[in-house]
Structures are given as structure tokens and as C-alpha cells.
Design a protein around this ligand. Structure first.
Ligand code: LLP
Length: 463
């Protein structure tokens, strides 16, 4: 991501501190559609609205902090992925990004499948009525109980992640008198980072079975011999927040190489190839994500080309976007509690949430944008750090951003693109109560995940 070391000109202090921040936008009241959900705008009074509802009204009704999710935008993005991949490919929404029963129903209605990676996610999916055959079950250490439950429910595929699991799933299926459709997850030696990828000769991570040293071929060999398993394909997930398609190119090349070896050795052409998720979104105006149709076209061309080269029938492709669907659809609404200018440094803006509702800044040094949401302002921009109310100095929500210089306690600010991996990674640190998720659509708002209460906290504490 290109970040300028210094903004265009210091407007807040004579000397701006070292840091990686972009220049303040010309108009701090503007809402870049790249980072905000589709229906977000400002009303005549300058208040941010979503789905036709003012954030001031949402704050009054549901309190802050709160995740505000634009349902129409979620459905649009889900549909865009579904349409882009057409009927020859499958889109599995990665539930780890954010899962609730309402989301499961939206996905079902929009024709997407679902990737779950724990018994809890599976239970949520099933309880909301997602047909089991449209569920893929992931994880590097599924418990015997989780495996049994998934096989019994009839999930469409289990993605096998180790040699032990090949045997465990086969055993579970056989003892239930079933044959379980499985994919084998391989690590292809491509390590994708946020803005780069590094091709490595050896894998050094917990997921998947390495391809390079022949282990993946051995895994296929063993799985093909087991009566309880129907090996439908190979799975590869190369990383997260990826903008550059070349990592997928290398991954597809290597996976197709394995398909060819399998064909040559066993006379079996595996029918599917899953290229995982990881497609990037815009957290700030500097990020330029690709549209689903561009991604679908690129992946399909890559796989087709590789298969033609290997004289293989082109397998059915599947993908597992999580962030790219839900990430941009929500923002977190906070109330400003204190504003603390530190001369020659920056102004610390404390909000009523923090690392308990967004751990990504502390954990990954993630970058976010922020806007004054309850009003507009023509005040000069000031360099701020938006921090939470938790008891550590790393409790940062937005590391470096500009907000109007007249920002004051009681103002509402909104941090966009928090739909993915914020509520799903939220914690009760300092006994914070996790915020609600409020879905807004066509002028109506409803809570889809309610706010935790002190009662919830105390109920778990059984003394
Ligand atoms: N498929 C598999 C097998 C995965 O492991 C993941 C993410 C996905 C799909 C979805 O990836 P997405 O399209 O959402 O990037 N907590 C981190 C991200 C961890 C991703 C783990 N796996 C974050 O907040 O950035």
C-alpha cells in the first residue's frame, strides 16, 4: 500500500510526527465509496445515514459501540460473487469473517454456499437452515465429535488437513454407513502477504499437507484407498487481504500439477479445485481491490490454461471469500469520550470500545479510516489516533487518521470496513461487553446479534 510519510502540508501542528499516514482528504466530510458500504451517505443535516437511517438514531436506539451492517450491500456483494462465478463454479462464504443466523439465511437466499471451521459455526449454519450439502467443513484439528457431527449432518465436503484426519473422517463415515465427500488441503509453497507474496520452497505453518515433498500425493494415495471417503478434489488457500493475482497463479499451477500426477498414477481425474479465499478489500482510500467478475475471470483463465497444458479436463472451481463479501458492508459506530491533544505529536481520541471490538489494529497493524458521523465540520483537520478504553497502550482502533479539529466528546465517529474479523474476533477483555450487530435495510433496522450484558458475563462466571 502506498502511504506517504508525510501529508501534503501540516495543517494541525507546525511539525507533524513521524508516521505512516496519508494526507488529509480535501474534504473530511466526504465518504469514499471504496471504503463505505453501498447505502452510506449523509442527510441534509450532514449526519451519516445507512439504509436510509441516521446514525444518531441508531446510536440512540441501540447504543454505542455498535457494528452497523448494510444488509442490501451484503446481499449485493454476495450476489456479485455468485453471478461472477456462474453455474460452473461454487462460492463458499467463509463464515469465520462474520457469522450469524441472519447472515446464513441471506447467503442461502442469494445462492451461496458456506465454509465453516468449527462445531460452533456448523451449529449456527445448521440452526439457520443452511442445507448441509452446501456446507464445507474446515479446520486443522477438528475434534472427533465435530467430525462425527459433520458427517452425520451430511455436509457437502470436509476439507482434510492432515494424515490423521484422513483416517478419522474415513472411520467416522464408515461407522455411520456413509461415504463422505472430501477435499485434501495442500500447501503449495506460496506465502501470500497483504501486499506481496513470497514463493517458498518449504512450508512452515500448521495448515494443509505440503505438496513439494510428495506428502500431498501420499495423502491422495491413502484417501483414495479408503471406502468411507469420496475424494472430490484439492484445496489451497494462500493467505489474506491479497490484491495481486499472481499468488493464485502459482497455486493453481502447482495444484494442477498434483491433479496431473494423480491422474497419471491412479487414472483418476479429480473433479474440483478450491482456491480458497483471501481477496483484499479497501480499508483506506489507498487500497484498490478487484471486482468479483475480474477475479472470477482471472481464476478461471488461470485454471483452464494450466489444465490445457496438463491435458486435463478443467475441474470445477470453488472459492471461499469472507472478507471480500462482509468486510465493506459494516462500520463500527463509536461515541467520542475524551479528546487529548499532545502538543507536537497528535490528538488522542478515546472511544467507548477498542481492542475488544476490533483487535485487528493491535494484532496485524491493520489500517482503518474514520469519519465524524453525527455532523459535518469545516474545522481544520487534526492528526488523530483513535484509541479504545482498555487498559493498555496498544489499544488502538485507528492508528493515524485525520478528523476535524473541533471534534468533541459526544460526537459519533464511524470506522468503516469492520464487517470482517471484528465481531468474529471480539473479546470480553476488561469485561467489555461485545457490541451488537445491527442490520439496516430500506429504512428499517434490526439487531441480528444482540449486545452482551453484565448478566451474560456473570452467567458464565459460575463461582
Ligand atoms: N478459506 C480458508 C481456508 C481460510 O483459512 C480463510 C481465512 C478464508 C477462506 C477466508 O479468507 P478471507 O477471504 O476472509 O480473507 N483474522 C484475519 C484473517 C484470518 C483469515 C483466516 N482464514 C484478519 O482479520 O485479517
Amino acid at each position: 500500500m502506498s502511504r506517504s510519510a508525510h501529508p501534503a502540508g501540516p495543517r494541525h501542528a507546525d511539525v507533524l510526527p513521524e508516521g505512516h499516514y496519508t494526507a488529509p482528504a480535501d474534504d473530511l466530510n466526504a465518504l469514499d465509496p471504496k471504503v463505505w458500504a453501498h447505502t452510506v451517505g449523509r442527510d441534509a443535516d450532514g449526519v451519516v445515514t445507512v439504509g436510509g437511517i441516521a446514525v444518531t438514531q441508531l446510536a440512540e436506539e441501540y447504543g454505542t459501540p455498535a457494528y452497523i451492517l448494510d444488509e442490501a450491500d451484503f446481499r449485493d456483494r454476495a450476489r456479485a460473487w455468485r453471478t461472477a462465478f456462474g453455474t460452473d463454479a461454487d462460492v463458499f462464504y467463509a463464515g469465520k469473517a462474520f457469522l450469524s443466523r441472519a447472515v446464513v439465511r441471506w447467503l442461502d437466499e442469494e445462492g451461496l454456499n458456506l465454509d465453516v471451521c468449527s462445531g460452533g459455526e456448523l451449529a449456527t449454519a445448521l440452526s439457520a437452515g443452511m442445507p448441509a450439502e452446501r456446507i464445507a467443513f474446515h479446520g486443522n484439528n477438528k475434534s472427533p465429535g465435530e467430525i462425527e457431527r459433520a458427517v452425520r449432518a451430511g455436509v457437502g465436503r470436509i476439507v482434510l488437513d492432515s494424515f490423521q484426519e484422513i483416517v478419522r473422517v474415513a472411520h467416522a463415515a464408515e461407522s455411520l454407513g456413509k461415504r463422505q465427500r472430501v477435499q485434501i488441503r495442500v500447501t503449495v509453497g506460496v506465502e501470500a502477504h497483504t501486499h506481496e507474496f513470497i514463493a517458498t520452497a518449504h512450508e512452515d505453518q500448521k495448515f494443509g499437507i505440503p505438496l513439494a515433498d510428495g506428502q500431498a500425493a501420499e495423502a491422495v494415495r491413502r484417501a483414495l484407498q479408503l471406502d468411507g471417503l469420496d475424494v472430490i478434489g484439492i484445496h489451497s488457500h494462500i493467505g489474506s487481504q491479497i490484491f495481486d493475482m499472481s499468488g493464485f497463479e502459482v497455486a493453481a499451477h502447482r495444484v494442477v500439477g498434483l491433479l496431473k500426477d494423480v491422474r497419471d498414477e491412479h487414472g483418476v481425474e479429480l473433479a474440483e479445485i478450491d482456491l480458497g479465499g483471501g481477496l483484499g478489500i479497501a480499508y483506506t482510500s489507498d487500497d484498490d481491490p478487484r471486482e468479483p467478475h475480474e477475479i472470477a475471470k482471472a481464476l478461471s483463465e488461470i485454471v483452464t490454461r494450466e489444465c490445457e497444458g496438463a491435458r486435463l479436463r478443467t475441474p470445477r472451481i470453488s472459492v471461499e471469500p469472507g472478507r471480500a463479501i462482509v468486510g465493506p458492508t459494516a462500520f463500527t459506530l463509536y461515541e467520542v469520550g475524551t479528546v487529548k491533544p499532545l502538543e507536537g505529536l497528535r490528538t488522542y481520541v478515546s472511544v467507548d470500545g477498542g481492542m475488544s471490538d476490533n483487535i485487528r489494529t493491535a494484532l496485524y497493524d491493520a489500517e482503518y479510516s474514520v469519519a465524524l458521523a453525527s455532523r459535518t465540520s469545516d474545522a481544520e483537520p487534526m492528526l488523530v489516533r483513535v484509541v479504545g478504553k482498555h487498559c493498555e497502550s496498544g489499544d488502538i482502533v485507528v492508528k493515524d487518521a485525520f478528523l476535524p479539529g473541533d471534534l468533541a466528546p459526544g460526537d459519533l465517529i464511524a470506522v468503516p470496513a469492520t464487517g470482517a474479523y471484528c465481531r468474529s474476533m471480539a473479546s470480553n477483555y476488561n469485561h467489555a461487553m461485545r457490541p451488537p450487530v445491527v442490520a439496516v435495510r430500506d429504512g428499517a433496522a434490526r439487531v441480528i446479534v444482540r449486545r452482551e450484558t453484565e448478566e451474560d458475563l456473570l452467567r458464565l462466571d459460575v463461582g
